[in-house]
Design a protein around this ligand. Structure first.
Ligand SMILES: NC(=O)c1ccc[n+]([C@@H]2O[C@H](COP(=O)([O-])OP(=O)(O)OC[C@H]3O[C@@H](n4cnc5c(N)ncnc54)[C@H](OP(=O)(O)O)[C@@H]3O)[C@@H](O)[C@H]2O)c1
Length: 355
C-alpha cells in the first residue's frame, strides 16, 4: 500500500466534519481523502490546491495547506509563483515524496529545443529534482523567446512555428530523464487530444480543464474517461474568481450568480452541514475527478479540506441541473487561437487583454 493510501485511510478515520452554525438539522458526514490512479499507475489526490494569483501569500498558504493535509499542489510557470511554492513546500516539513506537485509549461517555451531548459527553470525555482506532472498549459504556440506574451506593433499575439505535437514529443522524452513523472495537457479540445493520441505514443495522463456546476462538459468528460485520461478541474468554483469578471476577455456570463449564492447548492449544503463551496467540490470529487480550489484565506482552506464527502445520487442529480454551459476562461481572441473549438460554452468570446 502506498504512503498516500495509508495516509488517506488514517485521515478518513481521524477527520469528521463539523456542522456549520445554524445547520443543526444536518447529518454528520465523514470526510474522506480520495485519490485516483493515473494511466501511469501513480496516485493523484482528488482534492488539491491552486496557486494562481496572490504570489506574495503563496509561500505561507502552500506551507499551511500542506501541514493541514493538502497533498496536491497545482502551479504553472506563467503564474510567477514557482519560487514561493517551492519555499512553501520546504517550510511545510512534509516529505517531498508525499506531495503530488504539478506545473505547466508556458506557450513561449514550446519549441522542442526549449522544453527541457524550461522545465529545468521550473525545477530550480520549485527547488525540487522532479515534478509529478508536467502539463502543456494551452495548445497554442507563441513565438519562441523570453517574452511570455509576444505581440506585434498592433498588439496581436505572435505565434511560433512548431506545433503542440512537436512540444508533446519533447515532453515525452523528459519522462526518461526522471525530471517529470507524468505528462498531460490543459485547455485542449477533443480533436486536439485525438491528434496527440494519433501522432504520439503517450496518452495524456491528465487533462486539466474548466469544469464546475455551470460548465459540466458531460460528454467530453465521459470521452476523456473512456481514454483513461484523468480530469483535474480548474476554477472548480466557476466565477468565484474575480479575475473572470475583470479580465479583458470577460463575457457577460461571468457576472452570473456565484456558486456561493446559488440556492440549490445552499439547500443541498444544509442537508450535510456543508457550505455551497464544499458541495461544489464534493460534486467534482464524486464524479471521479480532482479539484484544485485556490484560496489564501485560512478558514476557506480549512473548509475546502473538508469537502471530500459522499453526495447522495439525488443531490448529484440536482447539481447536474445547474449546467448552464458557462465557460469563463476563454482567451481565444487574445491568443489568436480558437480554443475549445469542439466543446461547449464558447459563444460570446470577446477580444481583450489577459494581462
Ligand atoms: N490550466 C489553466 O488554464 C488554469 C486556469 C485557471 C486556474 N487554474 C488552476 O486552478 C486553480 C483554481 O482556479 P481559480 O483560482 O481560477 O478559481 P477557484 O479555485 O474556482 O476560485 C477561487 C476563488 O474562490 C475563493 N474561495 C476559495 N475557497 C473558498 C471558500 N471555501 N469559500 C469562499 N470562497 C472561496 C477564493 O478566495 P480568495 O481569493 O480569498 O483566496 C478565490 O477568490 C488556480 O489557482 C490554478 O492553479 C488553471
Amino acid at each position: 500500500m502506498t504512503s498516500l493510501a495509508t495516509r488517506a485511510i488514517r485521515a478518513s478515520i481521524s477527520r469528521k466534519s463539523a456542522n456549520l452554525p445554524g445547520q443543526s438539522m444536518s447529518r454528520t458526514v465523514t470526510t474522506r481523502a480520495t485519490s485516483h490512479t493515473l494511466n501511469t499507475g501513480a496516485k493523484i489526490p482528488a482534492l488539491g490546491f491552486g496557486t494562481f494569483q496572490d504570489s506574495e501569500s503563496q509561500e505561507e498558504t502552500v506551507s499551511r495547506a500542506l501541514q493541514k493535509g493538502m497533498r496536491l499542489i497545482d502551479t504553472a510557470r506563467v503564474y510567477n509563483v514557482e519560487e514561493q511554492v517551492g519555499k512553501g513546500v520546504k517550510k511545510s516539513g512534509i516529505p517531498r515524496e508525499d506531495i503530488f506537485l504539478g506545473t505547466k509549461l508556458w506557450c513561449n517555451d514550446y519549441h522542442p529545443e526549449d522544453v527541457e531548459r524550461a522545465v529545468d527553470d521550473s525545477l530550480r525555482d520549485l527547488d525540487t529534482p522532479y515534478v509529478d506532472l508536467l502539463l502543456m498549459h494551452y495548445p497554442c504556440t507563441f513565438k519562441r523567446g523570453s517574452e511570455r506574451f509576444p505581440r506585434d506593433g498592433e498588439g496581436r499575439m505572435l505565434h511560433g512555428d512548431t506545433t503542440y505535437v512537436d512540444t508533446w514529443k519533447a515532453m515525452e522524452r523528459l519522462i526518461t530523464t526522471g525530471k517529470v513523472k507524468a505528462i498531460g495537457v490543459s485547455n485542449f479540445s477533443k480533436s486536439e487530444i485525438e491528434t496527440l493520441i494519433r501522432e504520439s505514443s503517450t496518452v495524456p495522463a491528465v487533462h486539466q480543464m474548466e469544469v464546475h456546476p455551470y460548465l459540466q462538459q458531460k460528454e467530453f468528460n465521459r470521452w476523456l474517461r473512456s481514454k483513461g485520461i484523468h480530469v483535474v478541474q480548474f476554477s472548480p468554483l466557476g466565477n468565484m474568481n474575480d479575475f473572470y469578471r475583470q479580465t479583458g476577455w470577460s463575457k457577460e456570463i461571468a457576472h452570473m450568480m456565484r456558486v456561493i449564492d446559488q440556492p440549490v447548492l445552499k439547500e443541498i449544503g444544509k442537508k450535510y452541514g456543508k457550505s455551497p463551496v464544499q458541495v461544489v467540490l464534493s460534486w467534482g470529487i464524486n464524479s471521479g475527478r480532482s479539484v484544485i480550489p485556490k484560496s489564501v484565506v485560512d478558514w476557506q482552506v480549512d473548509q475546502n479540506l473538508e469537502a471530500d464527502f459522499e453526495l447522495e445520487a439525488e443531490d448529484m442529480a440536482r447539481v447536474a441541473t445547474l449546467d448552464a454551459k458557462a465557460r469563463f476562461n476563454d482567451p481565444s481572441m487574445d491568443y489568436e487561437w480558437r480554443l475549445y473549438s469542439d466543446l461547449e460554452g464558447i459563444d460570446g468570446t470577446v477580444r481583450g487583454r489577459t494581462h
